[in-house]
Ligand binder design. Structure first.
Ligand code: ASC
Length: 129
């Protein structure tokens, strides 16, 4: 490995930047801001499922200090935090499954459900902007 490996805060933030791009591009299609492209949307949803498993390993002890939106509750209420992650991973897996069908009417609520799991976790575990 590199001697200059990024710190865990930067590593998780890099994943969330990917989230923003991926989920944002899907959101534009869901909202009709850009044309719905079945293949592209399905690819993004599959990618979202992959990255939904990645940030959590970087919430290592002590990394609520520094330039981060992470609240100390992640560590003091770890079981609750892991529940939020489970719901989020389940919702992204469901979205990827539905996206593969190309049924936009079914995709919309599945997309909304993923967003709800983002927000639900942020409400307790992320500092306000
Ligand atoms: C986004 C984003 C979030 C979620 C959340 C959904 O695009 O950055 O944190 O969706 O706002 O409610």
């Amino acid at each position: 490995g590199s001697a200059l490996a990024a710190d865990p805060i930067t590593q998780r933030q890099d994943v969330f930047k990917d989230y923003k791009k991926t989920f944002g591009t899907m959101g534009d299609m869901v909202k009709g801001k850009t044309p719905y492209d079945k293949a592209e949307f399905a690819k993004l949803a599959a990618h979202m499922e992959v990255i939904s498993k990645q940030p959590w390993q970087y919430f290592t002890p002590g990394t609520d200090k520094g330039k981060t939106g992470a609240k100390a509750e992640i560590w003091s209420k770890g079981a609750e935090w892991k529940q939020e992650i489970s719901k989020h991973e389940a919702a992204t897996a469901e979205l990827a499954k539905v996206a593969a069908t190309g049924d936009l009417a079914a995709i919309k609520p599945a997309f909304g459900k993923v967003g709800q799991t983002c927000k639900s976790c942020h409400d307790t575990f992320r500092k306000p902007d």
